[in-house]
Write a protein that binds this ligand. Structure first.
Ligand SMILES: Cc1ncc(COP(=O)(O)O)c(C=O)c1O
Length: 365
C-alpha cells in the first residue's frame, strides 16, 4: 500500500480559519530545492546559513529594525518561547513574571510552563485590545517581560505598543511584540507596532503566515544581537561554536522559502495582498451584518461574528473549515488564498441554511 500517494493533501478552497496559506510559487520552489539542508549546522550547510542572514535582513526591513538579528524559527510558538526565555535570562528576579493581555496566543502558556515563569494575564478593553490600566497595575519589579500583540489571533487587534513599551520600561522589563500573523499586513496600515515605533526588544513575525512562505518558517527578531547570547549554548561536535535556536536540526526549506517569498513580495506584493484581503474582510463583515449577525469590525483582515452554534455546525458539515473564538464567535481569516468567490459561496451556503431554518414546519413535513 502506498498511503501517501493515495491521499491528496487538502486544497484551500474551503479553508477559512487557518493562519497559514498556500505558499507563493517561488516559495514552494525554494522550499523544494532546500529540503535537504539544515541551517542548524551552518558549518556543513553554509549556503542556507547565508540565506538565513538574508531572511533576517528582510524581516528587519519589514519590522522597522536596522541591523537586525534573529533567526528563522519553526513557527510563532518557538519564537514566543524564545522571547520569554531571553527575558527570563536577562531578568534579575528569581521569581520573574510575564504580563500579557488575555488576547495573547496560547504559546505563552507553553513558554510559562516550560520556563517556570509566572504568566499574568490581564483583561482586554471593549475593543479587544490590552487594557493599559490593567497592565500598569499588574507589572512590578519581578516583571521580566510585557507582551503586546500586533494582530491578535481572534480579532486581529493591535495592542497599544508604544504605551506598553513605556509601562515595560517603568519596571525595567523587556517588551515583546507578537506580530506572528500581523507582521506582513501592518506595514501598510497606520498602526504603531514595530521597532521603529516603540522600544520593542524582541518580535515574533512569521513568514509562514501572511508572508506566504512554506511551513515551517517562523521569525524571531531581536533589537540587538547580544540578546541572542541569552539563548546560546556551546555546540562541541559542530564546526560552528554555539547555537541560539530551540530546535537543533532545522528546516532549510523554511529558510529558503521565506527569503524567496519576501524577495518576490516585499513591499509591493504584500501591499496588494493586504488591500485584497482587507477588502474581502470588509465585504464579508458587511454581508454578515446585512443578515443580522453581530460582527466585530475587521480592522485587519480577520472577521469575527456571532453566528449560532447550529449554523456554525451546519457550515462545517458542508465542508467549510471554520473555527470559533473562545467566546464562540465564527472566525474567518482572510488569508491570501481566500478569494471573493470563496466568500460569496460561503455566504450562499449560509443563505440556503437560513432559508431552510425559516421554512415553517407543516403537518405534511
Ligand atoms: C499571534 C500569534 N502568535 C503565535 C502563534 C503561533 O504560531 P505557530 O502556530 O506558527 O507556532 C499564532 C498562531 O496562529 C498567532 O496567531
Amino acid at each position: 500500500m502506498d498511503a501517501v500517494r493515495e491521499v491528496e493533501p487538502q486544497d484551500f478552497d474551503r479553508v477559512l480559519s487557518s493562519m497559514c496559506t498556500e505558499p507563493h510559487p517561488v516559495a514552494r520552489d525554494a522550499a523544494e530545492r532546500f529540503l535537504a539542508t539544515n541551517p542548524g549546522d551552518p558549518g556543513t550547510y553554509p549556503q542556507v546559513a547565508e540565506l538565513e542572514r538574508e531572511a533576517i535582513s528582510l524581516l528587519g526591513e519589514v519590522a522597522g529594525l536596522e541591523d537586525p538579528a534573529g533567526y528563522v524559527a519553526s513557527g510563532g510558538t518557538e519564537a514566543n518561547i524564545q522571547a520569554v526565555r531571553i527575558a527570563r535570562e536577562r531578568a534579575d528576579s528569581r521569581t520573574p513574571n510575564v504580563v500579557m493581555p488575555e488576547s495573547g496566543h496560547f504559546s505563552f502558556q507553553k513558554a510559562a510552563d516550560l520556563l517556570e515563569v509566572e504568566l499574568r494575564i490581564v483583561p482586554t478593553d471593549d475593543d479587544h485590545r490590552a487594557d493599559l490600566a490593567a497592565v500598569r497595575s499588574c507589572v512590578d519589579s519581578d516583571t521580566a517581560l510585557v507582551v503586546g500583540v500586533a494582530g491578535t489571533t481572534e480579532y486581529g487587534r493591535v495592542d497599544p505598543i508604544p504605551e506598553l513599551g513605556r509601562v515595560a520600561r517603568s519596571v525595567d522589563a523587556m517588551l515583546h511584540v507578537d506580530a506572528a500573523w500581523g507582521g506582513f499586513v501592518l506595514p501598510f496600515t497606520d498602526d504603531e507596532w514595530h521597532f521603529g515605533h516603540a522600544p520593542v526588544d524582541t518580535m515574533t513575525i512569521d513568514p509562514h503566515k501572511m508572508g506566504q512562505a512554506a511551513v515551517p518558517a517562523g521569525g524571531l527578531l531581536v533589537r540587538s544581537a547580544d540578546l541572542l547570547d541569552h539563548l546560546a549554548v556551546d555546540t562541541p561536535y559542530l564546526e560552528s561554536t554555539s547555537q541560539a535556536t530551540l530546535t537543533g536540526t532545522r528546516s532549510g526549506a523554511g529558510v529558503a522559502s521565506a527569503v524567496a517569498a519576501m524577495e518576490a513580495l516585499w513591499p509591493d506584493g504584500y501591499r496588494r495582498q493586504y488591500v485584497r484581503s482587507q477588502n474581502n474582510a470588509e465585504w464579508l463583515a458587511e454581508a454578515l451584518e446585512k443578515r443580522g449577525y453581530e460582527v466585530v469590525d475587521p480592522t485587519l483582515p480577520l472577521v469575527a461574528a456571532s453566528v449560532p452554534r447550529s449554523t456554525f455546525d451546519a457550515l462545517r458539515a458542508r465542508g467549510w473549515r471554520i473555527s470559533r473564538t473562545a467566546t464562540g464567535e465564527l472566525r474567518v481569516v482572510c488569508m491570501p488564498h481566500v478569494t471573493r468567490e470563496m466568500l460569496a459561496s460561503f455566504i450562499g451556503d449560509l443563505d440556503r441554511l437560513e432559508v431552510r431554518a425559516s421554512v415553517p414546519i407543516t403537518s405534511d413535513d
